[in-house]
Design a binder for this molecule. Structure first.
Ligand code: 13P
Length: 253
């Protein structure tokens, strides 16, 4: 059976009350959803509260980022073990972390190592900008993000990869399912297969991200190389997000 993973990236949104309402509502709406792995990634400060609400549910909690060092003088940062108290997943290398906060592939690789050591499943994000696509560099950029981001990582089956073309994030201009599949089943899978054996690679969930909503989710997960989605804006409304999960599940036979 095809693995389906739907992850919500709330980014820097919601106040505490909104976060509690949203997740409480999702818990109810998704109580009978069993086929998809559903992950909610709220801002750090809400993790304890959200984790306690979702403790006895079928929804997992994830963080949006973390630092790789275990402890010390790193003002403002959060360590992997701090995250692991509340989460099973962690988004790493999101394009907003790369472009706004200057995260390099090398730094992201350190974070991937640290996540795995702490039994966190990293959701490693890759994807090209508009300019890189126009210059014909998309495949090269993604290949590099993967090879450096996964340097010295053996247990690839404990990693998830999200393909998020920067030009599709928050723009309403989603990549066509065909284009997303071409990159994911093509570039991403062939890069992974150059690093790991086929059996390992087939176990890695590949998520698409960028303007996903309840109207287009089925088209993505129907593609052979796409296992699910990393959802931004549309994950901030409980009805819409639960519809995304149930529609994604509907493609599994
Ligand atoms: P949108 O779904 O708002 O385009 O955001 C995608 C994203 O960045 C998820 O990580």
């Amino acid at each position: 059976m095809k693995q389906i993973v739907i992850a919500a990236n709330w980014k820097m949104n919601t106040n505490l009350n909104e976060a509690i309402d949203l997740v409480t509502s999702l818990k109810k709406l998704l109580s009978s959803s069993v086929k998809a792995t559903t992950i909610i990634c709220p801002p750090f400060v809400y993790l304890p509260e959200i984790n306690s609400i979702l403790k006895d549910s079928n929804i997992y909690v994830g963080a949006q980022n973390m630092y790789f060092e275990e402890k010390g003088a790193f003002t403002g940062e959060i360590s992997p073990s701090m995250v692991a108290n509340f989460c099973k997943f962690v988004i790493l290398g999101h394009s907003e972390r790369r472009s706004i906060f200057g995260e390099s592939n090398e730094l992201i690789n350190k974070k991937v190592h640290a996540a795995l050591v702490n039994d966190l499943t990293p959701i490693l994000c890759v994807g090209e900008s508009q300019k890189e696509r126009e210059e014909g560099l998309a495949e090269k950029i993604i290949h590099e993000q993967l090879t450096v981001g996964l340097n010295q990582i053996d247990n690839i089956e404990n990693v998830q990869i999200a393909y998020e073309p920067v030009w599709a994030i928050g723009t309403g201009i989603a990549a066509t399912p065909e284009l997303a599949n071409e990159i994911m089943d093509g570039t991403i899978k062939s890069t992974l297969k150059s690093l790991y054996n086929d059996e390992q690679v087939e176990r890695v969930p590949l998520l698409y991200g960028g303007s996903v909503n309840s109207d287009n989710i089925e088209e993505y997960v129907s593609m052979p190389g796409i296992n699910g989605a990393l959802v931004g804006g549309a994950s901030l409304k409980s009805e819409e997000f639960s519809l995304i999960v149930t529609k994604a599940e509907s493609v599994i036979h």
